[in-house]
Ligand binder design. Structure first.
Ligand code: ADP
Ligand code: MG
Length: 277
């Protein structure tokens, strides 16, 4: 069984900042991996390398057994890259055209990817919208005429229109309120089960990752510190940083002062180990 995504030894630096260092994982068909870690831990940089928006300093990315070219030139290569991995951002306005109706945006993506027949495209647009729980009314709306949840569904439909092997979602539900968040999470679970699309789900929120992902990879200062089945990782976190992340979620009897102290301790230990200044 060919892996959807195979990532080995990804590294990215920005000047003296090591944003990502040594990230490796394999995503089986229909698999879902959570990338977790606090702000600045290298999640977005990893996601951007997966979709080709950043060029890794080292490491490799293969989709369906084929290495992703580090640089893409020309229309055919760009379309092939888009078909491999699609990104859904926290801000759906980044992937939707504010001037176009949602239906027109989807139609445009299908056209770009070689669907020539207008009637067939219209049918496919309806299918895509139905898949994300939107209908005719939403198809005729521009992004700002939709609710936040509807807008994010439209952005997901846009990504699905490309028929990617893998969907990378960078904090894609973080800005949604909890009930809408639940709907979008259900949608993602359906997409995975029904279409076999792999998910790389970036989130700082462990509760959300638990719901969507079989496995979670915890990043700390750009480095993977723990990568295990999500349920196990949450039940018995091994790395002190994973334990700290879990403890950082407010709960009854929670002591933010203690969390801050543990964080300082962890940073000090990291400095002593000499791994990173
Ligand atoms: P996360 O998504 O987990 O919050 P990021 O991947 O955005 O983390 O950032 C990881 C580190 O890389 C941070 O220290 C951030 O400041 C740095 N970084 C990210 N993008 C850039 C960039 N374009 N230029 C310089 N530094 C960057
Ligand atoms: Mg980020």
């Amino acid at each position: 069984m060919t892996a959807l995504l195979e990532v080995t030894g990804l590294r990215k630096t920005y000047g003296p900042t090591v944003a990502v260092d040594g990230v490796s994982f394999t995503l089986p068909p229909g698999g879902a991996l959570g990338l977790v870690g606090e702000s600045g831990s290298g999640k977005t940089t990893t996601a951007r390398m997966l979709v080709g928006l950043e060029r890794p300093d080292a490491g490799s990315i293969s989709v369906l057994g084929r290495p992703l070219a580090p640089a893409v030139r020309g229309r055919a290569a760009r379309l092939a890259r888009a078909k491999a991995v699609q990104m859904v951002y926290q801000d759906p306005y980044l992937s939707l055209d504010a001037r176009l109706t949602v239906g027109a945006t989807l139609d445009g993506v299908l056209k770009l990817h070689g669907h020539r027949d207008a009637a067939a495209r219209a049918g496919r647009v309806r299918e895509l919208l139905a898949q994300v729980g939107l209908g005719e009314r939403e198809a005729a709306c521009r992004p700002r005429q939709l609710s936040g949840g509807q807008r994010q569904r439209a952005a997901i439909a846009r990504a699905l229109a490309v028929e990617p092997a893998v969907l990378v979602l960078d904090e894609a539900v973080s800005a949604l309120d909890v009930s809408v968040q639940a709907q979008v999470l259900n949608l993602l679970t359906d997409i995975r089960r029904e279409a076999g699309i792999g998910l790389v789900f970036v989130s700082h929120d462990l509760a959300v990752v638990r719901y969507v992902c079989d496995e979670a990879l915890v990043l700390w200062r750009g480095r993977p510190v723990e990568h295990r089945p999500t349920a196990e990782l949450l039940a018995e976190p091994e790395h002190p940083y994973t334990r700290l992340l879990l403890a950082s979620v407010p709960h009854p009897g929670w002591d933010p002062g203690e969390i801050a102290a543990r964080r300082r301790e962890l940073s000090a230990a990291d400095r002593v180990s000499g791994a990173r200044p």
